[in-house]
Write a protein that binds this ligand. Structure first.
Ligand code: MLT
Length: 254
């Protein structure tokens, strides 16, 4: 069973984390939104306190479903995911459409990896195998945090780097393989009939805002925001703006 943090009572709100992080990235969201919701933040397979890595994004999604079963969450959830968490959230919706009543898609995409992206992941796997997780964490933190953060928030760079260094090499490698092999979920976007919040960081080079705007156009009635002075980790880089957007979105479910 996946490890998770749960806090609060009420309608279930699930947060799925980015790569190679853990539920620790949702610390503030757990604090804030547990005042109104039953917040559930799993450690995806192999990360945080969850022991066994998964070999596909589809398996990550089914493990989240098993966790909800275990927690006896039978009603549909609001599911929010950032980047890899967003891939897993879309997969969850594909596999269990009746278990979702709202989606938050942050710094993510529905399209699969391009051949170049897959190639890059294979190089990352080789680097982790050879040199371990620390140099990998120091390298990728540069692409995960936007220019504004890089120039002005050394404490956040440090905090994110240490969270990344917690990742077990075998889990990071398994997740890189899983993401490289993930399917195209573009086909399900047009079927979504509940509220969806799409948030991009204007300085994000991993999930560029323009691509996310395109995805938003494919989801009927979804709302889109591109957050200024933020890279990929938008909830950590611009927490006040992010929480404001999420709060207004969640008001629709009260
Ligand atoms: C993440 O933040 O989860 C990763 O950047 C996702 C990816 O590598 O595609």
């Amino acid at each position: 069973m996946l490890a998770c943090k749960t806090q609060g009572e009420g309608n279930p709100l699930v947060f799925l984390h980015a790569f190679p992080l853990s539920s620790a990235m949702w610390k503030k969201e757990i604090e804030i939104f547990s005042a109104q919701f039953k917040v559930i933040a799993p450690d995806l397979p192999g990360f945080g306190q969850s022991a066994r890595p998964a070999d596909s994004v589809a398996a990550m999604a089914s493990e989240v479903a098993s966790l909800l079963d275990h927690l006896q969450i039978t009603k549909p959830v609001i599911l929010a995911g950032l980047s890899m968490g967003g891939y897993a959230a879309l997969e969850f919706y594909r596999q269990f459409p009746s278990r979702v009543r709202g989606l938050g898609l942050f710094a993510t995409r529905a399209t699969p990896d391009t051949p170049e992206a897959k190639q890059k992941r294979m190089l990352s796997i080789e680097a982790i195998e050879k040199f371990g997780i620390d140099p990998f964490a120091r390298k990728i933190v540069k692409s995960q945090l936007g220019k504004t953060t890089q120039d002005s928030n050394p404490a956040l760079i440090e905090q994110v780097t240490s969270m990344m260094k917690e990742a077990k090499p075998e889990s990071a490698i398994a997740a890189l393989r899983a993401m490289a092999d993930r399917r195209d979920n573009t086909d399900i976007l047009g079927q979504i009939k509940f509220p969806v919040l799409v948030v991009a960081g204007q300085e994000d080079e991993i999930a560029p805002a323009e691509e996310m705007r395109k995805m938003n156009g494919q989801i009927p009635g979804s709302e889109f925001h591109a957050v200024a002075e933020s890279g990929h980790l938008v909830n950590l880089e611009q927490p006040a703006v992010f929480h404001g957007l999420l709060n207004s979105f969640l008001n629709r479910f009260q």
